[in-house]
Design a protein around this ligand. Structure first.
Ligand code: IMO
Ligand code: MG
Length: 422
């Protein structure tokens, strides 16, 4: 029996999960995605070629690795097919892809609904990726959603008709353009036909693979502070990207979980609205954005940037049971003259080390910082921890001391090989 190693985002997403997944997945037999949808964007650079994955586990790049999209994922089949085709064009084999029968399907009315809901939030916009993610999960929990297996069932036509009618009633109410059942039905039958060869009961498959002692790496999407329960609600995504979501989104049980890797950057970033205690909405933030190329892989939006928040990081460690951290962009953070670490939140004159998800409390919190010196030199060629400049080691060891978990992987550049493994 093997255990499944899980890679999760520790902050607000875009921590560079793709890079660590790529490193760990090199020797894996199976790559698994269990949560979210094409709101995720995981970039990997291999042999000078850049790949961006939204739905397919990036482990598919490794020859022979089985890539599984689990039941917890919401699938836009159009996006999935684009991803499959783009991989095929680059000469990659996708016959190893497996899609859960139980995954829910995103339809055009979900995307329209996402737009409509955002428009009607007025000054309280979430800044969603407008990929229909929230509305699709809504239908899932309302129990009117359409699962992958339904696309192949006699009931599909009826199910879709009822959903389209219900959505059009709401669109009418808001004076919003209606969607066409006929068009969607025809389009989705075609998608279903092409995707059929990949569809199976992935839960049964995963447990067989575990029994066969296969090495499985689960690729988390989104991140702890975007979690619907544990994030900064309502500025979150509509699923549980934390460890619980990995379990329910795949059919794994708690005993199947092995290492839990928390991915983070040496600084921080956030896309979309919501509180962000260590944000630098100033020239420091602008500098981090330019140095770290902090623009969305999915929506191309400029990311909000700031210092690393250890109060939030320790919370992520607790919620997920993170056993080791993976830190990206050390090279970027060191380029700052002064790097700061947030080690407390100050509210009403009182300093606390406990994270809060309460919106008002987060907005009132002022970050308490410890300062570190940057480094005026190139570290991208360093592969041994001992060879890092003293300032970098001090920074890393303070983080470890505060959160109580070792930083096992350190990214020192964007390339696949630019990583220090301890
Ligand atoms: P990866 O996997 C960063 C954010 C959106 C928005 C909020 C809700 O690349 O780290 P949604 O479309 O999910 O309803 O949007 O969540 N968000 C992400 N931010 N990285 C992601 O994924 C994200 N997925 C969702 O920007 O604020
Ligand atoms: Mg992203």
């Amino acid at each position: 029996m093997s255990c499944v190693d899980v890679v999760l985002g520790s902050f607000y997403g875009d921590e560079g999960k793709g890079k660590i997944i790529d490193y760990l997945g090199g020797s894996a037999d199976v790559a698994l995605r269990a949560t979210g949808g094409n709101n995720a964007g995981h970039s990997i650079e291999v042999d000078g070629e850049k790949y961006v994955f939204h739905l397919i586990p990036s482990g598919i790049l490794n020859k022979g690795t089985l890539a599984i999209i689990g039941n917890g994922v919401v699938i836009d089949p159009k996006v999935l097919l684009e991803e499959i085709n783009s991989l095929k064009e680059k000469g990659k084999d996708v016959s190893n892809l497996r899609i859960s029968t139980k995954a829910h399907v995103i339809f055009p009315y979900h995307i329209e609904m996402d737009k409509l809901l955002e428009e009607n939030r007025g000054g309280k916009k979430i800044g969603t990726t407008v990929r229909g993610i929230g509305p699709c999960y809504c239908d899932k929990y309302e129990r009117s959603g359409i699962r992958v297996e339904d696309l192949y069932s006699d009931k599909f036509k009826d199910l879709l008709k009822r959903n389209v009618e219900a959505k059009n009633k709401i669109f009418t109410l808001y004076n919003y353009p209606l969607v066409s059942f006929e068009e969607i039905y025809k389009e989705y039958l075609e998608y279903a036909n092409i995707l059929k060869e990949y569809v199976c009961d992935t839960t049964t498959l995963i447990h067989k693979l575990i029994k066969e002692d296969k090495k499985i790496v689960c690729e988390g999407a989104q991140a702890t502070l975007l979690d619907i329960d544990f994030g900064s609600y309502p500025y979150v995504t509509s699923s549980n990207p934390t460890i619980g979501g990995i379990i329910t989104g795949s059919g794994l049980n708690a005993h199947n979980i092995g290492e839990v890797y928390g991915v983070m950057k040496a600084y921080s970033s956030r896309v979309g609205a919501g509180p962000y205690v260590t944000e630098q909405d100033n020239e420091i933030g602008d500098l981090i954005r330019e140095l770290g190329h902090e623009y969305g892989a999915t929506t191309k939006r400029p990311r909000r940037c700031g210092y690393l928040d250890l109060v939030a990081l320790r919370y992520a460690v607790l919620i997920n049971g993170i056993t080791a951290l993976c830190m990206n962009h050390l090279d970027t953070a060191l380029k700052l003259e002064t790097i700061k670490l947030c080690t407390g939140y100050k509210r009403n004159g009182i300093i606390t080390e406990d994270f809060t998800t309460n919106e008002e409390e987060l907005n009132e919190s002022e970050a308490v910082y410890e300062e570190f010196k940057g480094y005026d030199g190139d570290i991208s060629n360093i592969r041994k921890y001992e060879d890092l400049p003293e300032v970098a080691k001090k920074y890393i060891e303070r983080i470890e001391e505060f959160v109580g978990v070792p930083i096992k992987f350190i990214g020192v550049g964007a390339g696949r090989e630019e990583i220090i493994v301890r």
